[in-house]
Write a protein that binds this ligand. Structure first.
Ligand code: MOS
Length: 729
């Protein structure tokens, strides 16, 4: 019955590979009609005229929705209405980004809707779009004062006085999440009740925002999202199609299905913003950091102020008395960015960890040694101790496994035949966050349990991990436990984001199981001749579907207990919140990445031939899915380092490569040896399970480690991602 820490195969694995797992748009709903989105051809301006007559007359067309006839957001004063700042389609004539939705054609078949969409005529008064952050720097805005803490110490003075300094500018482009499953779903009304089957990372939030939009009570909305084929942040909030499902199905009085095309996915949800970083580091001769000056500027949109200010890695990564950071944002005529795996941190750490490598070369010091010299024993910003921090052990383990001590630091000194070999390293980190979450357990008199919480499973294996936590905590066989998620009829869970699901929902499941054990013991003790009489919950153990005194003795079969008491089932529900004790500690997960690249000196092609990553993220619930998380994160980091970029044609404000043929995510042929290891931490502060997040952690540090390895291989410091061959020849 001890499942925590042991490998468990995915409970939904067979359903997924046999096609039984149904993704949002795959649900079969009777009488469904198909919506196809028409998008703008300009990036900025107004719609001056629309002619939908030809589309309406086309075969199979039921309705063409535009801003003239679509349901507009309810001006609701309801107390339970959530504020919604996000972009909504068909709410006016203003165009604020290229490929903005301007109409939805609803028809009997997908093909008829797509055909008629091409017949919608739109006239615009176009204005010149501005999408190039570098051309708009004079308009860069500082975040609010609350988001702009004053510098620590006196960075300008300390930098000027530092005997060793480096200064560098880095950039990375806009990137798109590109999950396999396109965004989409099905909406239908039953009277005044709306159901949306959606691709979602947070069904309860979608429900609240849909209720607010349509001016109906929250209880009148159900959102269902049982399987999600990847999201990486792109479904953290309902994208505009989600509201279109409600609008279109209301307009035609039938269920409507809408799915983004792959092209529409480049404007239908946000993106990792463009970043430009300016960094200056100052150190003494022994490599001890004296000053960090970190600045970045990113793009946002005209419809929403977006900035990734939630993590300040320059302040917290290394022990340094003098730190300045500033996070500027530029309005552009692009869709609003959106959190994309390890948002903020993977970007900041690309710049910081590249700069640390440059500093190591300036100091003629080993890059790993430089990290150890500046190791933060306590949180440099607050002085709080870490609840746990096994980063030093990660460095040691990964360096040993990699063979780092055999590295000749001289660039271009290592070869494999005609290929240049480079070894680079970097550090990763991610906050160990936890949110309020509620879970329910229904234990039945047939000895099975249904555990529920309205989280989602975008791929990390949440179905499996929650099943094993519940089985472990209840002392039941995992095959008797079913975990349900992705339905607003289940108790509220936070978004599946921030890598906080296992800490948050896992704690709720664990807490509910504890509460249920207490209820069961009390029930058993009402039996006059119970062998458990007088024992408190600490003195008994739950195993094999029974409860018995610790250390042996006669037990009570739980299913039998319920049947004896004529209780078909017993229920409990528990809400967990982050333990108050966390306030006295800094809580973060860490990792070390060591990477080997081989570079073809003639073509400039880079192959990542070996990745050794060690991460420390508390206690590992399920090594199988955990390693999958870290390996996937490494792959995404390699994509960010070498190939991923959304190119914008700034003349037209248009995404130039909105297809998987032109936007290059790593494929199997790009991936060679990846080895992920965990240094488990026994953290009794973060939460009772000792769990930190890992889904984003594994990606952080990879882009810098690749860039550092490329420098070692070639002697060329590439400060602009991705590192494409043209930059190396
Ligand atoms: Mo993640 S970017 O918080 O889904």
């Amino acid at each position: 019955m001890n499942y925590i820490g042991k490998e468990m195969r995915r409970v939904d694995g067979i359903a997924k590979v046999t096609g039984r797992a149904r993704y949002a748009a795959e649900f079969q709903v009777p009488d469904v009609a198909y919506g196809y989105i028409v998008t703008s051809t300009i990036a900025r301006g107004r719609i001056t005229a629309m002619d939908t007559a030809a589309a309406e007359a086309a075969p199979g067309v039921i309705k063409v929705l535009t801003h003239h006839n679509a349901v507009q957001p309810a001006a609701t004063e309801r107390e339970d209405a959530q504020p919604d700042l996000s972009f909504h389609a068909l709410t006016g004539d203003r165009i604020s980004f290229n490929m903005q939705p301007v109409a939805v054609v609803v028809a009997e078949t997908f093909e008829q809707a797509r055909h008629a969409a091409r017949l919608v005529r739109v006239e615009y008064a176009a204005e010149t779009p501005h999408t190039d952050v570098l051309a708009l720097l004079d308009q860069a805005a500082d975040p609010s004062p609350e988001e702009s803490p004053p510098p620590r110490g006196n960075p300008a003075e300390a930098l000027a006085a530092a005997p060793v300094r480096i200064e560098a500018r880095y950039t990375h482009p806009i990137e798109h999440h590109n999950p396999m499953e396109p965004h989409g779903g099905i909406g239908y009304w039953q009277g005044n009740r709306l159901t949306v089957i959606n691709k979602s990372q947070n069904v309860h939030q979608d429900r609240g925002l849909l209720a607010a939009y349509f001016g109906i009570p929250v209880e009148n909305v159900n959102v269902i999202s049982l399987f999600v084929g990847g999201a990486f942040g792109s479904s953290l909030r309902p994208n505009y199609y989600t509201f279109l499902l409600g609008m279109a199905s209301k307009a035609v009085g039938r269920p409507v299905k809408i799915v983004y095309t792959r092209r529409q996915m480049f404007t239908g949800h946000g993106h990792r913003p463009f970043y430009r970083f300016d960094i200056a580091l100052g150190a003494d001769e022994r490599g001890r950091l004296q000053a960090i000056d970190y600045r970045h500027v990113i793009n946002s949109s005209t419809t929403e102020a977006y900035n990734e200010t939630f993590f300040r890695n320059a302040r917290t990564m290394y022990a340094c008395p003098n730190v300045n950071d500033s996070f500027q944002v530029v309005e552009t005529d692009l869709p609003t960015p959106q959190a994309m795996r390890a948002p903020g941190t993977v970007s900041q750490m690309f710049a910081i960890e590249s700069a640390m490598d440059e500093l190591a070369y300036a100091l003629k010091m080993d890059p790993l040694e430089l990290r150890l010299v500046n190791y933060a024993e306590t949180d440099p910003e607050t002085g709080k101790p870490f609840s746990s921090k096994a980063l030093r052990e990660c460095y040691a383990l990964a360096a040993e496994k990699f063979g780092w001590k055999d590295r000749n630091p001289e660039p271009r000194s290592m070869r494999d035949g005609r290929l240049l070999v480079g070894w680079g390293m970097a550090t990763g980190t991610w906050a160990a966050m936890q949110q309020e979450a509620t879970a329910s357990i229904v234990l039945k008199d047939d000895g099975t349990a249904v555990v529920g919480s309205a989280t989602s499973d975008i791929g990390p294996g949440t179905y499996t991990t929650m099943t094993l936590i519940a089985a472990d905590s209840l002392g039941m066989d995992a095959s008797k436990v079913r975990f349900e998620l992705g339905d607003t009829r289940l108790p509220r869970a936070p978004s599946q984001g921030g890598s906080w699901t296992t800490a948050s929902v896992g704690s709720a499941v664990h807490g509910a199981a504890k509460a249920l054990r207490k209820q069961l013991l009390e029930l058993a003790q009402t039996d006059r001749d119970s062998p458990l009489r007088g024992l408190d919950v600490e003195a008994v153990e739950f195993a094999g579907g029974a409860v018995r005194p610790k250390g042996g003795g006669e037990g009570v079969d739980i299913a039998g207990l319920l049947r004896r008491h004529r209780m078909p089932q017993i229920e409990t529900r528990h809400t967990s919140t982050p333990p108050a004790e966390r306030e006295n500690y800094a809580t973060a997960a860490h990792g070390a990445q060591f990477i080997e690249v081989k570079v073809d000196p003639d073509s400039g092609m880079v192959a990542v031939t070996r990745v050794i990553e060690a991460t420390a993220c508390g206690r590992i619930m399920n090594p199988l899915t955990s390693h999958s998380q870290e390996m996937g994160a490494v792959v995404m980091g390699i994509g960010m380092a070498l190939s991923e970029a959304t190119e914008v044609d700034h003349r037209f404000g248009r995404m130039l490569n909105p297809t998987l043929a032109d936007y290059h995510v790593p494929v199997n042929a790009d991936i060679q040896h990846i080895e992920t290891m965990f240094v488990e931490e026994n953290d009794t502060i973060v939460n009772e399970l000792g769990v930190k997040g890992m889904g984003e952690l594994g990606m952080v540090g990879i882009p810098a480690a690749v860039a550092n390895a490329v420098f070692h291989a070639t002697g060329k410091r590439i400060r602009d991602l991705p590192i494409t061959p043209d930059k190396l020849i």
